[in-house]
Design a protein. Sequence first.
Length: 387
Amino acid sequence: MNFAHTPEQEQIKAAIERVCAPFDADYWHARDDDGAFPEDFYRALADAGWLGIAMPEEYGGAGLGITEAALMMHTISASGAGLSGASAVHMNIFGLHPVVVHGSQEQKARMLPPLIAGRDKACFGVTEPNTGLNTLKLKTRAVREGDHYVVHGQKVFISTAQQASKILLLARTKPVEECRGTEGLSLFYTDFDRSKIEVHEIPKMGRKCVDTNQLFIDGLRIPVEDRIGEENKGFEYILHGMNPERILIACEAIGLGRAALARGAQYAGEREVFGRPIGKNQGIQHPLAERWMELEAAYLMAMKAAWLYDQHQPCGAEANAAKFLGAEAGFRACETAIFTHGGMGYAKEFHVERYMRESWIPRLAPVSPQLILCFIAEKVLGLPKSY
């Protein structure tokens, strides 16, 4: 059992830190204020070749594992970029995993290189207003007409749809009443045709520079060659990407918590009241120390989950646990950083309030903490299914 990063992983971490260095806290503060997509940050990672870290080498990627991708996302978030920086590139890192696993050779050659190079930006269209996490009840319909599918429906909480040139879309190709088990949904990767997709941005608490949207799809025509794998098996295909996504989100949340903790500890060491640093008081020290332990424990769970995935071993429990623990540890670190700053923690110039607003994202998405607890209770502890 070896808990150390390999020399290659340490080099990846150092390289990502160098890319992130010019994009300091003031940069992300400005993006939070103006809401502009961090195009220069996105381009810096693309130009350095990092968007393809987990994609096959033959299509321009680095061919590395989810462990290295998780380390990259953790480093981005911990740099102070937080969820704004991580979310700007999240879809590029592992979003097209279903294409890698289930796509044809022609599809891989056509779809992967533009995303890896950063020429394409993609969004992921799964969630719908009236189904939430009950994915098997999705209502967006894709009806085949000759060599195309015609799509009508709605999607909600779709990130980067304002920027996207492509969409990875899950839609119903078989009426729900005719379906058994997980069948009836198909997966497509196709052009984001704005003449057929109306995009409404959702104003939200944080991460303003990475948009979140509701989509209204009316007559989108998708060529048959843009369907990934077999018809009606799309749900099975996206399942393959769920554990990696949970691992990445966990590491993004942990990185955010580390950024907040670093600012809290620095402020505690510098701020003097009654002639001594406030960090000399146990009431300040102990919560910060607890947050460090929580973040470290969550990180170890995330790395275990990533290792299991890269070894092609079952990792559902560990990936879900990492997402739960990472999100909670990140949130608590942000909360403690604000308390450590006192009233200044509420001021934007000290940045920790921005981290706190972003820390809600990994708690809520892509799966709720309550569903994770249900999963662990059922799949690990053998308790009856509760829903």
